[in-house]
Structure formats: C-alpha cells, structure tokens
Design a binder for this molecule. Structure first.
Ligand code: 4GN
Length: 183
C-alpha cells in the first residue's frame, strides 16, 4: 500500500481489465458491485432492488482489498454483515443465492417467493412435522387441533417471542405495542 502498512493491495489494471471484459459479455441492464466489509449492508430489500437488473457483476477482493480507483468503474460496495472473510467470494455467493430466490422457477411452486418473516418484520414461528412425538419431545397441542384461528394466534405469539429474544431491534413500533400488551 502507498503510505505504508502491512499486507498487499490489489492493483488497478487486472481488476479494471476483468470488469471491462465482464461488462462486454453482459446484456441489458448491468449492476457492478464490490463485495466489501466497508459496503452498504445487504438485506432483503437490496436483494429485491437487484432484481431489476439483467446482469450482476460481483467483484471479490483478497488481501487488503483493491485500489480505491477501481471503485470508479463500479456502481457500489456491498457488505453481507459486520465480519471479515479472506475473500469476497462467499459474500458474492450469499448475495447471488438471495437474489436468485426471487427469480421465477428457482423456488418450488409451493414455496413463497416473497420475503417470508421479514415482510412482516418478525422472525418465523417454530415449525413441526411428523411424528407428533419425537424422542419424547411433543408437538404443541394447538398445531394438531386443526383450529385455524388458535393456530394463527399461537404462531403470532411465537414469532413475537422469538423476535423479542433474538432480534429485539426488529420490533420497533410493533414491539412497543407488544411490550405494553404482552405483560
Ligand atoms: C466482504 C468481503 C467480508 C465481506 C470480505 C462482507 C474480502 N469479507 N462482510 N473479504 O460482506 C479485505 C479485502 C476483505 C477484500 C475483503
């Protein structure tokens, strides 16, 4: 690195050649993104935004990353979370998988192409399937009852409780309602 410091910085020319070659092979609307811990945080909403492009070019750095001037060829910098990996390839695969779920035909016909729990702003409620009792552990009675309204109520309650425990920051205004009514 200019200015000193440890490690190696990936120089401009190979990355620029690579991006230009990839762009030349892409049709339609192209989005070019650098996978980096310094990027804007990726989430379900960003995945949806990327759907409007015909092609995605994902640049993956190693070492201390690429020369900042490469950014002038890119549309943005994206991070999949507050942690550092040896390379950007796994983040690129995470992004690609997340976007692919929205592409028609990727999911089976019974699976939701929507955002599932995140569309409601809550985590998913727990799921159970056969057998009703597994190694002594029972399925909650309400799920076997066939009482649709009670099942709905139970799931909502479980989703709230799971969110309160694991991701309280997701609750927001809904959470305040829950805090008041739930006690
Ligand atoms: C992206 C890249 C984590 C992310 C990365 C992330 C490669 N690690 N949170 N590693 O999305 C320095 C130069 C680390 C490239 C970069």
């Amino acid at each position: 690195p200019y200015g000193g410091g440890y490690g190696m910085v990936m120089m401009c020319q190979p990355a620029v050649d690579c991006i230009r070659a990839a762009k030349a092979r892409c049709g339609g609307r192209v989005r070019t993104v650098y996978m980096s811990p310094q990027g804007a945080l990726f989430d379900q909403a960003k995945a949806r935004e990327l759907l409007e492009y015909d092609s995605l070019i994902l640049l993956c750095g190693h070492y201390e990353g690429v020369d900042e001037r490469v950014m002038s060829l890119l549309d943005g910098e994206v991070s999949i979370g507050d942690f550092i990996l040896t390379g950007g390839e796994l983040p690129a695969m995470v992004l690609a998988d997340c976007v692919a779920r929205f592409v028609p035909g990727v999911l089976g016909s019974t699976e939701s192409a929507g955002e599932e729990s995140f569309s409601r702003g809550l985590l998913e409620y727990p799921q159970y399937t056969r057998p009703a009792v597994y190694e002594g552990m029972e399925t909650p009675e309400v799920l076997l009852s066939g009482h649709a309204a009670n099942i709905e109520k139970w799931r909502r309650r479980q989703a709230l409780e799971k969110t309160r425990q694991n991701r309280p920051e997701l609750l927001g205004t809904y959470g305040k309602y829950y805090e008041n009514k739930g006690k």
